[in-house]
Design a protein around this ligand. Structure first.
Ligand code: HEM
Length: 445
């Protein structure tokens, strides 16, 4: 089904129904494509269906990072809960978020200053957001920048490395289709994955972690995330696994959503004007603070509408049936992989009026709460495996877009007609714009 799996599955659901299954080799896939099916999977059977598929090549006692990141934890049991609690209490809780607001504000301001220094050149939204999101994550975890806007820094290659790893992870594993190959790693896959995590990524922070361990590196002010992990006795390998997860889950989704957000505002000039009026009316300095965001309800509605049309994980991340269970009258065998087609639900005309149009107004008022409650709006998933990074993603993206509105006039290249912006998508972990968006950002006087 390739790069448009979500679209093909949505078409198949029209013929085969809201809950359908198919088989590839020994693997059974089950796809829910309606709010009712999503509610059954993510709420009524959340316990039984909240596993993740961990390739056999990574299982086994000797594997240091099986069970050492949320995405690689095959059951939502004690190991998973422990990591999730560490993430939430130290990064994503309201208290942790407020205590690190200055990091996000500073990194977004650096982006604005960089764009200003370019004096009206064409800017790739993706390129500037990669640096901003990566440095937000590196300052949260290591109290330092790892790259700059000119492409330098010890982590300059981090995006490509994370991407190579993501592609490797989606490669079919012989061991999964033919269990006889078990843990032999006949394709050398595990070796490649470990090499990337332990060395290509791990080497970026190895020296700092060593200095932190022997007390010769003290983070200025607040403890960062790796200080906390070291204090709690996490090994180097365990920290590598968690850091890899945070950088891969936490940067690309922010980058691609910001790019879609800017593209939708450019294409919908009336909406843009309203968002702009709100930002300029509310903020009377040229710096946006996170405390300003609650006063920008229309911009927030635009963000929600962006995620409705362009969810970075249109099929969520595959869940695994931990045990055999019955869903909507069908038996779901143990170890089936479960997908929820959030993309199809978000564009269903039975649920959304004029579903293909960008209409943020639909998210003003109380409608959103009932849409979430009824499993009609699920860009971050729901239930146990729901995205823990939502607060960080929302704050970062809103801060970035509000700052771009406040500081620049946005012009399309070569007087292009806004309707001609190419909005084609490609499901490429995350789902992203096929054609990168370049905008002429002219500093406002
Ligand atoms: C717009 C931004 C984002 C969106 C739309 C998004 C969406 C999602 C979705 C749909 C899932 C899978 C839910 C499921 O399988 O049921 C997920 C999982 C996850 N996300 Fe996000 N995410 C975003 C940003 C982030 C950020 C910034 C971080 C961390 C820094 C993060 C960390 C994670 C982790 C660790 C998981 C795995 C959770 C688990 O298996 O228990 N995400 N995300």
């Amino acid at each position: 089904m390739g790069k448009n799996a979500h679209i093909h599955l949505a078409e198949m659901a029209k013929v085969h129904g809201q809950l359908m299954s198919f088989r590839i080799g020994q693997l059974i896939f089950v796809v829910g494509s309606s709010p009712a099916a999503a509610s059954e999977i993510l709420k009524s059977h959340d316990n039984a269906l909240s596993g993740r598929e961990v390739t056999r090549s990574l299982q086994g006692k000797e594997s240091s990072f099986h069970n050492m990141s949320l995405v690689f934890t095959s059951e939502s049991g004690d190991d998973w809960r422990k990591i999730r609690n560490i993430y939430i209490s130290n990064i994503f809780s309201s208290k942790a978020m407020v205590s690190r607001a200055h990091i996000r504000e500073t990194k977004v301001l650096e982006m604005v200053n960089y764009i200003r220094s370019k004096g009206g050149e064409n800017i790739s939204i993706k390129d500037v957001m990669v640096v901003t999101a990566t440095n937000i994550m590196s300052n949260t975890t290591l109290s330092m920048d790892v790259m700059d806007f000119e492409g330098n820094g010890i982590g300059a290659g981090i995006k490509d490395t994370v991407r190579r790893l993501a592609l490797l992870r989606t490669q079919p594993q012989l061991a999964d289709f033919c269990p006889i190959f078990g843990r032999w790693d006949p394709q050398g896959w595990k070796k490649k994955v470990m090499q990337i995590i332990e060395h290509e990524l791990g080497d970026i922070w190895k020296d700092i972690l060593e200095r932190k361990r022997n007390g010769s590196h003290i983070s200025s002010g607040q403890k960062d995330f790796t200080d906390i992990l070291i204090e709690r006795g996490f090994t180097h390998q365990q920290i590598n696994a968690l850091m890899e997860e945070l950088f891969s889950a936490g940067t690309d989704s922010i980058v691609s959503t910001t790019e879609w957000f800017v593209a939708e505002l450019l294409r919908n000039q009336e909406v843009m004007q309203k968002a702009r009026d709100e930002v300029l009316r509310t903020i009377d300095r040229n710096v946006v603070k996170e405390s300003d965001l609650v006063h920008l309800p229309f911009l927030e509605a635009c963000f929600k509408e962006t995620l409705r049309l362009h969810p970075p994980a249109p099929l969520l991340l595959p869940h695994r049936a931990i045990e055999t269970c019955e869903v909507m009258g069908y038996t779901i065998p143990k170890d089936s992989q479960i997908l929820v087609n959030v993309w199809a639900i978000s564009r269903d005309p039975k649920i959304w009026e004029d579903p293909l149009s960008f209409k943020p107004k639909r998210f003003m008022g109380s409608e959103l709460n009932s849409k979430v409650k009824d499993f009609e709006y699920l860009p971050f998933g729901a239930g146990r495996r729901m995205c823990p990074g939502e607060p960080l993603a929302s704050k970062t993206i809103l801060l970035a877009v509000a700052s771009l509105i406040l500081n620049f006039d946005w012009l399309l290249l070569n007087n292009m007609n806004p309707e001609d912006i190419n909005m084609d998508e490609v499901l490429d972990l995350p789902m992203q714009k096929k054609e990168p968006l370049h905008v002429n950002l002219k500093p406002r006087q």
